[in-house]
Design a binder for this molecule. Sequence first.
Ligand code: UD1
Ligand code: PEP
Length: 438
Amino acid sequence: MGTFQIEGGHQLKGEITPQGAKNEALQILCAVLLTPDKVTISNIPDIRDVNKLIEILRNLGVKIQKLDKGTYTFKSDDLNLDYLESERFKKEGSGLRGSIMIVGPLLARFGKGYIPRPGGDKIGRRRLDTHFEGFINLGAKFRYNKEERFYGVEAPEGLTGTYMLLDEASVTGTANIVMAAVLAKGTTTIYNAACEPYLQQLCKMLNRMGAKISGIGSNLLSIEGVDALGGCEHRVLPDMIEIGSWIGLAAMTKSEITIKNVSWENLGIIPNTFRKLGITVEKSGDDIYIPAHKDGYQIESYIDGSFMTIADAPWPGFTPDLLSIVLVVATQARGEVMVHQKMFESRLFFVDKLIDMGAKIILCDPHRATIIGHDFKSTLKATTMVSPDIRAGISLLIAALSAKGTSTIHNIEQIDRGYENIDERLRAIGAKIIRVQA
Ligand SMILES: CC(=O)N[C@H]1[C@@H](OP(=O)(O)OP(=O)(O)OC[C@H]2O[C@@H](n3ccc(=O)[nH]c3=O)[C@H](O)[C@@H]2O)O[C@H](CO)[C@@H](O)[C@@H]1O
Ligand SMILES: C=C(OP(=O)(O)O)C(=O)O
């Protein structure tokens, strides 16, 4: 278990460039399985989850070449499908959430797809029904081995397009079904589709490969099946969750930070949500400029004067992956806010650690926390903590950077899952953080 030691209380200053988006990269990497031709992808983040998925692709027989930092070519012309039934795959496939998205492309191209129960954050129930109901709708046969927690779908005769109304707008579920439908016979219509920029990027990439997808960016996708897909080039967008994390970090440490090349048009409601906390988020070309909040930041209230709530929702709503950051930033705001995490039932428990550090938070129930900000009149106290999941981890790190004294965060592998080289990048803007090897 790796550890960070963080000396808090220092203002940071400078520029930070976001990495490529983790959740987009996981989808895009799975899409390389849909064609025997070469696919070139750039801006792939060098993070644990992505590297694990690249390893799975390699073990599946995908020929992978690294051209440059973040740029790889993939060629899936001679796959080793036996790997899917190996003990090794059972271990490697369950190491991350994103591995679930190899099933759709494999089913579409080879008539079968298998996956052990995927990993990812332990933040509540993470069911896969939407994925498999989608495949079944397309004509696949489904089986599940309860003992081994191993899922399988098969369609030796191929898939057939149909209309489907998803039971929820699942992000990875929509990506999986889209990747299966692009090679199905006939037209598939997916209503209540997720439409995060991750998915928009995936659909645009698939169209460049020869797919016929319309409705991109909406919750109604239409996919006219084609016989085969070819190669393409694709660049992963900057990671909007990292961008939100840096906005929170700047405000909470009263630092002046420029976040470079953020792709503003793909940030949706994120900048405005931080503005509701009173944070100045300035657009400067394609950068975000956050001035030092010397006088703190004041949480807005609603027009009628009632209490602000920040809640998650499928895109274009506010992503659940930034609620933990909103929560930690609110601990030093002027005013009160309720954070309502609707999607996941175990994602707010980390507030205990913030309370230990001196934050004023009431956990109303597993989904809702009320935060009363200190307005910097009292700083958080340094402590020792364990990172329970990726976003709680970064939130605790932000808390530690703002706290008085030296904090220790264990289990930083959770943070490394999604943040590239975070200690070095934070040191470059003045943070006092060191990585202590396990
Ligand atoms: C690898 C990857 O891309 N992971 C992301 C993906 O996970 P993932 O695709 O696993 O998450 P899903 O979109 O399937 O669902 C997330 C949770 O929200 C619930 N739910 C979902 C849709 C809805 O309309 N109502 C609802 O309550 C689901 O029951 C589930 O508990 O999307 C999540 C939701 O944005 C993000 O937190 C994860 O970072
Ligand atoms: C929940 C997350 O990731 P995963 O779905 O990979 O667990 C996240 O990125 O916040």
